[in-house]
Design a protein around this ligand. Structure first.
Ligand code: ATP
Ligand code: MG
Length: 580
């Protein structure tokens, strides 16, 4: 793991340093309790038993029990304190990660596998959370207890401690070896989980298409390999964890044997009392628990550290939004495309294109599918930066502008209406903190949406289902139109606004465009000649360039349709379907 990733993770614990010191102090106190315990055990065996001090023996027993209970209460307090501060830290990290999703560019999202992204943000963040909790409430207390007990063992007998320490390189070697192996096994498990998740998402998302294409079996078969792979990866992971903890146990057993032999030898040589050896044994028995906590949790820690790296890489992904200006603008002087050239990777879309969208002017762009009309709108919204030329709002170049300030004044009726699962009200007022009910009514009326909403039992509070599944295509489009109009924008972009609308609703949109307030800058993209006729200027976009167009020139398609209606045309042969 890179240091920067660790630094990013630790950043969220900075504010909690006082609490960390407090709980660490309590942990140190808790492990210091081992010393009076040691003294009591040693004295009991060396003197009290031999001298028949029955009362002392009972009191020593009570003392040891009392100290242990007190120590555990301290440990409990420290652990819960650490858990609480960890939750606060990971909550702010989660927020930071979510916020960072808005930093990333549209190009990033176009190139990213969304299911992988979702899995990462969900699963990996959970692992990061667990890592913090593990370190603070388990590993850290265990390490301090071990340290305390080591001091205790050295105090009891340094020679025996040295003999015991000879076993520790084995522990170190074991941990190094297994951690390396764990990294690989975990990678496989992660990939398998991701593929399984992706499969699940694809089943849900494609539910209609799969049924229509009767592709259920094909889809399930496709997922079978993923399920098998996940099972295999989980088995490897369980095996790695188990073998690690078994090796651990064996080493601890070995340490016990070393103490028995080494300690026995020291007692026979008179270099240690029997009480000392018993107390030493007690100390090693006490160390066993925290030691197991420490090294038994290595798999989870490795998993957590990998997750920190993944979260860090997402948070600092360089593929960010293209404009970083900070200037607020008022977009009342239109938008200018100045010799704009644009390409997606190698695919050239616009070549040295200039276009001025003026306030009070309805500009229409027509052109074949894939010619780059929607791309024009993405450039206008600042989703992409052109490789050549520039855009300006009024006379301010986009490079200087804070995009949020620009976008607040633009409304878009996109080609895909972008309806989300929620109520109609939530969909229309999305992004508006204080929507006025009268304004919503007006926007709905302008978008011809009132009638169908009034017929719904729950009216504006009707839930529309995932992606607006419970609405018709035209109804979804009407909601998108109402959402845009409610914004009272200075710039209005309409990308195929009527492709789902019936004639009556289309006519209403036309009247709306005719009556639109004078300073509105409007860009209308459409394949509908009737709608385009409303424009003050019409351009054709083809081969990456704009041409001023007369309506008839712009519509070879409509002429074609008329020709198709001519009865003297040859009938088109019907495609033949094989039946089986
Ligand atoms: P339509 O009339 O079908 O809506 P359009 O004129 O709006 O077409 P665009 O959506 O602008 O066309 O797309 C222009 C071209 O750019 C298309 O060939 C498309 O395949 C390609 N394209 C669009 N988005 C991307 C992207 N993110 N990465 C790569 N290529 C893209
Ligand atoms: Mg388009």
């Amino acid at each position: 793991m890179k240091k920067t990733a660790l630094a990013y993770f630790l950043r969220f614990y900075q504010n909690a340093w006082k609490e960390i010191i407090l709980w660490t102090g309590i942990l140190v106190l808790q492990s210091a309790l081992a010393l009076p315990v040691a003294w009591l055990v040693k004295y009991t065996f060396d003197s009290a038993i031999l001298e028949n001090q029955a009362t002392f023996i009972i009191l020593a027993g009570l003392g040891v029990a009392g100290l242990q209970i007190f120590g555990n209460v301290l440990l409990l307090c420290a652990r819960s304190g650490m858990v609480k501060l960890n939750k606060t830290a990971t909550a702010s990290m989660r927020e930071d990660i979510l916020r960072s999703l808005y930093r990333l560019s549209r190009a990033f999202y176009a190139e990213t596998d969304w299911s992988k992204l979702q899995t990462n943000v969900m699963l990996e963040m959970e692992r990061v959370d667990r890592l913090g909790e593990l370190v603070l409430s388990q590993l850290f207390p265990a390490a301090i207890t071990i340290l305390g007990l080591i001091i205790y063992l050295i105090y009891l007998n340094p020679v025996l401690f040295l003999i015991l320490a000879l076993v520790s390189p084995l522990l170190w070697i074991l941990n190094r070896f297994t951690t390396k192996n764990m990294n690989q096994v975990l990678e496989h498990l992660r990939e398998a989980t991701r593929i399984y998740n992706q499969g699940l998402q694809s089943i849900i998302q494609l539910i209609d298409l799969t049924r229509i294409q009767t592709a259920e079996e094909m889809e399930l078969q496709k997922q079978q390999a993923g399920i098998k792979n996940l099972a295999k990866a989980s088995v490897s992971w369980a095996w790695t964890r188990n073998s690690h903890s078994l090796a651990q146990e064996t080493l601890i057993m070995l340490a016990m044997v070393v103490i028995l032999v080494g300690g026995g030898w020291l007692v026979t040589n008179g270099q240690m009392t029997l009480g000392g050896l018993v107390a030493f044994y007690a100390g090693v028995a006490l160390i066993r628990g925290p030691l197991q906590t420490l090294s038994g949790n290595i798999p989870q820690a490795v998993e957590g550290l990998q997750a920190v790296q993944i979260m860090h890489d997402l948070r600092f992904n360089p593929n960010v939004e293209p404009y970083t200006g900070a200037r607020a603008v008022i977009v009342d002087q239109g938008i200018t495309f100045e010799s704009v050239s644009f390409q997606y990777k190698d695919k050239i879309i616009l070549k040295d294109l200039s276009l001025r969208l003026e306030p009070g002017v309805l500009t229409s762009v027509v052109g074949p599918n894939g010619s780059g009309k929607s791309t024009l709108t993405y450039l206008l919204l600042g989703f992409y930066r052109p490789q050549g030329g520039r855009l300006l709002a009024g006379d301010v170049p986009y490079d200087e502008i804070a995009m949020r300030s620009l976008r607040q004044q633009i409304a878009v009726i996109p080609q895909d209406p972008m309806i989300f699962s929620g109520t109609i009200w939530e969909n229309i007022t999305y992004g508006d903190p204080n929507p006025a009910p009268e304004a919503v009514q007006e926007a709905l009326s302008q978008a011809s949406a009132l009638d169908f909403i009034q017929e719904l039992p729950a009216g504006l509070n009707t839930c529309v289902g995932e992606k607006g599944m419970r609405l018709s295509g035209g109804q979804r489009q009407k909601l998108a139109i109402a959402r845009a109009l409610l914004r009272k924008p200075r710039v209005l972009i309409l990308d195929e606004p009527t492709n789902h609308l019936d004639q009556e609703s289309t006519e209403k949109i036309i009247r709306l465009l005719q009556a639109s307030p004078a300073p509105l800058t409007t860009l209308l993209i459409t394949h509908d000649p009737v709608l385009a006729r409303e424009a003050d200027r019409i351009f054709t976009l083809d081969e990456g360039q704009l041409q001023i167009a007369e309506l008839d020139e712009a519509w070879p398609a409509s002429q074609l349709m008329e020709e198709e209606l001519q009865p003297d045309l040859e009938p088109v042969p019907k495609p033949s379907f094989s039946t089986n």
